[in-house]
Design a protein around this ligand. Structure first.
Ligand code: GLY
Length: 381
């Protein structure tokens, strides 16, 4: 039961971090401490420190719900009211991008399931319910019925673009159907999941990161390497999104094909690890490429996804795989007390030299969530 010790260490560390960070929104640790988002100008922007943080230095960034998620996990574990208060403060801060609207993307699922979703499930907060209804309506509105996919990002060159990450945003839609009794949201989610199964998941369980569709006809027009090594490879974090995302779609729908897809990607993930058991940023990249560096966040996401997979499939194998991944992280990536974050060696993208080998808030969230799930707590999605 080594994971109990790992969980205790992680919880203690995040409790210490919470005493400093409160309801601020950290993203990446630099010089041993998490930096907050810089929308208020209070801290130097990360790019001024030489980091490549192009998608994350704004209040609308996809990463801005993860600290809220960590705070709700701490609340579940300790019952301390201060974590709920901080999480509610952070959720309120996210009203800014919700109201200004233009920055919203498909990542409303990540951002609001870990904040408003977690809050509503624990407190029945009316404000949280409204945020869930607004954000799920936005996500459903990104659905393109010609191709049965949810548009991922904004920008005129991305109208027909869908990405594997979106599988993690679908719980917001399934949850909206539960909240409203209206199946439209869940129907959109399942249609997108079906398209992802067909267009992104290869027979061996490896995944495409980005698929482009003609937004008028819905026809597939090609794929892109995205944050992975190449178009035909399998970005490790994206493979983790597939494992976890399809297990979640199975949880909400009971559709056997989703369970099978999650298992297929999990098998691929585990059978493509290097000797030390820690994933590099792409599962099919050559290990002798100097850019082929560890992505601790991919291990944490896959581990948390596999614990859920084990629960929904009632198969012990996946829990054992999750434990193997978490064990491999202990010797290589789990940070000591000179570092506020839990995991070192996060990797934003294979071809992003200034955004590699860094602690990332989502790596920490999924690491803690994986350990808490092993200990009987529920996942937040
Ligand atoms: N969802 C973006 C990423 O995984 O980097």
């Amino acid at each position: 039961m080594m994971y109990k010790k790992w969980l205790e260490n992680a919880t203690n560390k995040m409790e210490r971090a919470a005493a400093r960070i409160g309801d601020n929104i950290p993203y990446q640790s630099f010089d041993g401490k998490y930096r907050y988002m810089n929308w208020d100008g209070a801290t130097p922007p990360l790019w001024s420190l030489g980091m490549d943080m192009r998608e994350t230095e704004s209040i609308g960034a996809w990463t801005n719900g993860f600290w809220g998620g960590i705070l709700w996990l701490l609340y579940d574990k300790t019952g301390k009211e201060e974590y709920r208060t901080y999480a509610e403060g952070l959720e309120k801060r996210l009203d800014q991008p919700l109201e200004s609207f233009t920055e919203l993307s498909h990542d409303v699922g990540f951002m609001w399931m870990l904040t408003a979703g977690a809050n509503y499930r624990r407190t029945s907060s009316k404000e949280s319910l409204l945020r869930l209804l607004k954000t799920s309506s936005h996500l459903a509105g990104r659905f393109n019925p010609a191709g049965n996919f949810i548009r991922a990002q904004n920008g005129d060159d991305r109208i027909g673009r869908a990405i594997i990450d979106c599988m993690m945003n679908l719980p917001l839609l399934y949850f909206a159907s539960e909240l409203t009794g209206d199946p439209r949201f869940a129907n959109v989610a399942a249609a997108h999941a079906d398209t992802t199964l067909r267009e992104f998941i290869r027979l061996d369980g490896s995944v495409f990161h980005v698929v482009n569709f003609d937004p008028k006809t819905g026809e597939r027009v090609g794929a892109l390497e995205g944050q992975g090594y190449s178009t035909e490879s399998s970005w490790s974090r994206g493979t983790g999104w597939a494992i976890y995302g399809f297990a979640l779609s199975y949880l909400y729908t009971g559709k056997a094909e989703y369970l099978e897809a999650s298992k297929r990607s999990a098998e691929f993930f585990m059978s493509h690890l290097p000797q030390d058991g820690v994933p590099r940023a792409d599962l099919l990249a050559p290990l002798d490429d100097p850019a082929c560096m560890i992505d601790s966040s991919a291990a944490a996401i896959a581990a948390s996804g596999m614990v859920l997979l084990s629960k929904v499939s009632k198969e012990e194998l996946w829990r054992n795989h999750a434990l193997r991944l978490l064990e491999a992280l202990q010797g290589t990536c789990v940070a000591g007390d000179d570092e506020e974050a839990l995991l070192l060696h996060g990797n934003v993208g294979y071809h992003r030299p200034l955004a590699r080998d860094i602690p990332l808030i989502y790596g920490d969230f999924f690491y803690l969530e994986a350990l808490m799930q092993l200990d009987g707590f529920s996942a937040l999605f």
